[in-house]
Write a protein that binds this ligand. Structure first.
Ligand code: ADP
Length: 414
């Protein structure tokens, strides 16, 4: 009944019933061993004698058969064109990510295309063994492709999209502009600093001579006033003038030191000397100017240090002057020194106003002054800078610890 119905269709092809029946015995795999099957399979890979062409298997109208064939051919054509285009892409764009997976895609798509081509050809040429082989290779290639694709997934997720790249480029442009702006600002600041240095150098040198002469004249006047009782009423004024001239001398000396440091001309002349003697001298000089504080010195009185005495005295005097200046009257100041592992550490501690934590890292910078203190205390922010340069020249270290409102400890190690 079935056959009749098929034959009745206009344009249909005759089913090759006889082939199907005669093959029944051969198709009975249970009778043949697996090795034998494999041998027979590959030896007759192009052998088509056991199958009818697809036109003759089942019922095909022309329309149905050609729809199948033409569609398969179009799929094959597309599947061969896509790898060609992919190949052109990876050939032109060497920077394309994951080129190996694209090669796998090319192989996979080509094989898929071949299965469709063979499917179309089977309508006339029933090469079912070849078809099975190509399908098997396609299966292996597709499994590899899936595995390779799965492995690169995390990297693919991390790839930036075009929109993300555009945002990134925009951000980078902005960052570059900021950097450029900073560079311009920095160059301007450096230019300003170098002009300031130049001015400082000229000013300090020009001021040095008249101040020295003024100081010498004042010292002469001081002696004359001392000897003449009639001139005693002017003595306090002369004393005040001498103090101010000394301050001026200190400032000019600091400016000249900065000029020397900038020019790399801060030479050292090292000798061995007693540290306690030097510290006591500093203490006396400071107390001569300001006797409202008590200084406690703690250290080995016989400790000898090898350094530039005048420059080290300058450092200790600066730390001591600051401790006096930035702590309340009648405060106690502690100077402690000790030798450890061939290094000598000197620390000056006060119970003064302290320094905010965020200012501590800048404290040794040139002209740096803590904002809230600079208004209430005189100074130009050079003492610690010069001190740190002197210690650096001694290949030593300088530092500070401080708690706002409680006090500070400035130390150096050489
Ligand atoms: P100057 O005292 O002339 O301003 P320095 O370089 O000696 O310059 O000190 C820099 C700044 O560090 C000071 O302006 C002050 O703000 C801070 N400073 C230094 N020593 C102390 C201290 N012992 N206690 C609190 N602040 C200090």
């Amino acid at each position: 009944m079935h056959l009749k119905a098929q034959k009745a269709l206009p344009g249909s092809h005759v089913i090759c019933d006889s082939i199907c029946h005669s093959n029944q015995q051969l198709n009975n795999h249970s009778q043949v061993g697996f090795g034998e099957q494999l041998k027979e399979f590959f030896l007759g890979i192009f052998d088509t004698s056991y199958w009818p062409p697809r036109w003759h298997c089942g019922t095909w109208t022309d329309f149905h058969g050609w729809l199948y064939i033409v569609s398969d051919l179009f799929i094959w054509a597309a599947y061969f064109a896509i790898p060609f285009l992919l190949f052109r892409i990876i050939n032109k764009r060497k920077d394309i990510p994951f080129p190996r997976i694209i090669w796998l895609f090319i192989a996979f798509i080509l094989l898929c295309g071949t299965t469709h081509l063979i499917d179309a050809m089977i309508f006339w040429w029933p090469a079912y063994r070849l078809s099975a082989t190509v399908r098997f290779i396609t299966a292996v290639a597709s499994i590899f492709t899936v595995f390779a694709l799965y492995k690169i997934l995390p990297m693919v997720y991390n790839l930036r999209t075009l929109a993300q790249l555009e945002v990134e480029i925009e951000e980078r442009k902005k960052a570059e502009q900021i950097v450029k702006h900073h560079q311009v600002m920095q160059e301007a600041a450096e230019e300003l600093m170098s002009r300031k240095d130049e001015f400082m150098s000229i000013a300090s040198h020009e001021l040095k001579t008249p101040i020295t002469s003024l100081k010498a004249s004042l010292q002469l006047v001081e002696k004359i006033v001392d000897k003449d009782v009639a001139l005693q009423p002017v003595a306090p004024f002369v004393e005040k003038a001498v103090k101010q001239v000394n301050k001026l001398t200190d400032i000019v000396n600091e400016l000249m030191d900065v000029t020397r440091i900038q020019a790399g001309r801060l030479g050292l002349s090292k000798t061995d000397f007693n540290l306690m003697d030097m510290i006591e001298e500093c203490q006396e000089q400071c107390i001569a100017v300001n006797n409202k504080h008590t200084v406690h010195i703690n250290g080995d009185p016989n400790l000898v240090i090898h350094a530039d005495r005048i420059r080290l005295e300058q450092v200790v005097s600066n730390l001591l002057t600051n401790a006096f200046k930035y702590s309340s009257e009648n405060g106690s100041i502690f100077i402690k020194f000790e030798k450890n592992n061939n290094k000598i550490k000197v620390a000056v501690t006060d119970n003064g106003i302290g320094i905010p934590e965020n200012n501590l890292s800048n404290i040794f910078d040139r002209f740096y002054r803590v904002e809230n203190t600079s208004k209430n205390f005189s100074g130009i922010g050079l003492g610690l800078y010069i001190s740190s340069e002197i210690i650096k020249r001694h290949h030593g270290q300088i530092g500070a610890e401080s708690t706002l409102g409680k006090g500070s400890t400035f130390w150096f190690i050489i």
